[in-house]
Ligand binder design. Structure first.
Ligand code: SF4
Ligand code: SF4
Length: 218
């Protein structure tokens, strides 16, 4: 199992080591240091559980995410989806030790080095999507009905902005100089007539809420 933020965290007692009944929190710092010698893998990424996509807009949203460098998604049996972000923890020092050991997150303490990904392959993983094309190919192969719905949804959605609108005639009304986005001394300033993020229909989907909640929890 990878170290990750889940909607329902795994209690320490649910992942016992085969020959040692103690849970991960009972290991001493010396035991942890010994078990983790030469490895820092689980301190170099973040995995956050997300809602399994079903509708076309949800797949579209995660395909959009996968167009971004550094963002990946994987799928575990029976069906648990995770957003995976490579990123080294700021508390990992040059010696490969945790700089805040003793007050490090409980999530870290519960990850058991006796049964971690260093010692056991991530056998629950059904699919790993490193870019948008991976998820699209998987949908065509494993979820053809969902893929057809996505293709139809894309086909029926308007292309925006229309080519003519992108030309000069539209520019005076829609153009917002970059300088006007500067933050004033009094706080954030929004250009007149421009909608706030809360007014935008996309990228605020329900299935991203759990990820946000998870980050706060982690
Ligand atoms: S818990 Fe496992 S993956 Fe993490 S640093 Fe220790 S040995 Fe490596
Ligand atoms: S807080 Fe410490 S144990 Fe947790 S991920 Fe960072 S370096 Fe690793």
């Amino acid at each position: 199992m990878s170290r990750r933020v889940s909607a329902a965290p795994i209690p320490p007692s649910a992942a016992p080591a085969a020959e040692d009944a103690r849970d991960a929190r009972a290991l001493s710092p010396a035991e942890n240091a010994d078990l983790c010698a030469g490895c820092v893998r689980c301190c170099t990424y973040v995995s956050i559980e997300i809602d399994p996509p079903r509708s076309a807009w949800e797949y579209d949203q995660w395909i959009w995410v996968l167009h971004h460098r550094g963002l990946q998604i994987y799928l575990e049996r029976p069906e648990r989806w995770f957003l995976h972000v490579e990123g080294v923890c700021r508390q990992l020092n040059a010696a490969g030790r945790c700089d805040i050991h003793g007050r490090h997150p409980v999530l870290c303490r519960d990850y058991d080095p006796r049964t971690c990904e260093r010692r056991y392959p991530l056998s629950d993983i059904r699919a790993w999507f490193r870019e948008a094309a991976d998820l699209e190919a998987w949908m065509q192969r494993e979820r053809p009905a969902h893929w057809r719905r996505l293709v139809a949804w894309r086909r029926d959605a308007p292309q925006a902005p229309p080519v003519a609108d992108a030309l000069a005639a539209r520019a005076p009304a829609g153009f917002v100089p970059v300088e006007s986005l500067a933050v004033s001394a009094a706080g954030a300033r929004r250009p007149a007539g421009r909608p706030g993020r809360e007014a935008l229909p996309r990228r605020s989907a329900a299935s991203t809420r759990r990820a946000s909640a998870g980050r706060r929890a982690g």
